[in-house]
Design a protein around this ligand. Structure first.
Ligand code: RB5
Length: 150
């Protein structure tokens, strides 16, 4: 599984901790984020991550800003992206199982490193259930996307 990760200036250290954690477990990680001391507007970071997913160059994405909110708002504007802003593991698990989320967002000013690594773990390890009722609801999200994004 290939994971693409991005961050703005609020989260370079937490991003590096997530990259290390994933690589130690054998995941291939594409780091598109900024480093310590660099500035970046969160929509630009979201664009880089979502574009690679849309192109099929990564399976899942992780976006970290101060709150995770700007990243999730931006990411959800991209076709085919279902981004979830989570600060606890129950939501991170359910958004994979039920929503088939392909991007996890969280805030470096909201969660500590321990929670962040737990969020990342549960998100990348939980499969989508594929259940019929969830399929139907996700198809409705896609319908909205088609109607709205001309
Ligand atoms: C940047 O200071 C901050 O606004 C950003 O990281 C994020 O929290 C936005 O949602």
């Amino acid at each position: 599984m290939k994971i693409v990760i991005g961050n703005d200036h609020a989260a370079p250290e937490l991003k590096l901790a997530c990259v290390k954690h994933l690589e130690e477990q054998g995941y291939e990680v594409i780091d598109t984020g900024v480093g310590v001391g660099e500035k970046c507007d969160y929509p630009d970071a979201a664009r880089r991550v979502c574009t690679l997913i849309q192109q099929g160059k990564a399976d899942l994405g992780i976006l970290i800003c101060g709150t995770g909110i700007g990243m999730s708002m931006s990411a959800n504007k991209f076709k085919g992206i279902r981004a979830a802003c989570c600060s606890e593991v129950f939501s991170a698990r359910l958004t994979r199982e039920h929503n088939n989320a392909n991007v996890l967002c969280f805030g470096a000013r909201v969660v500590g490193e321990g929670t962040a690594l737990d969020l990342v773990d549960i998100f990348v390890k939980t499969p989508y259930s594929g259940d019929e009722r969830h399929e139907k609801r996700i198809a409705k999200i896609t319908e909205i996307e088609k109607e709205e994004v001309k």
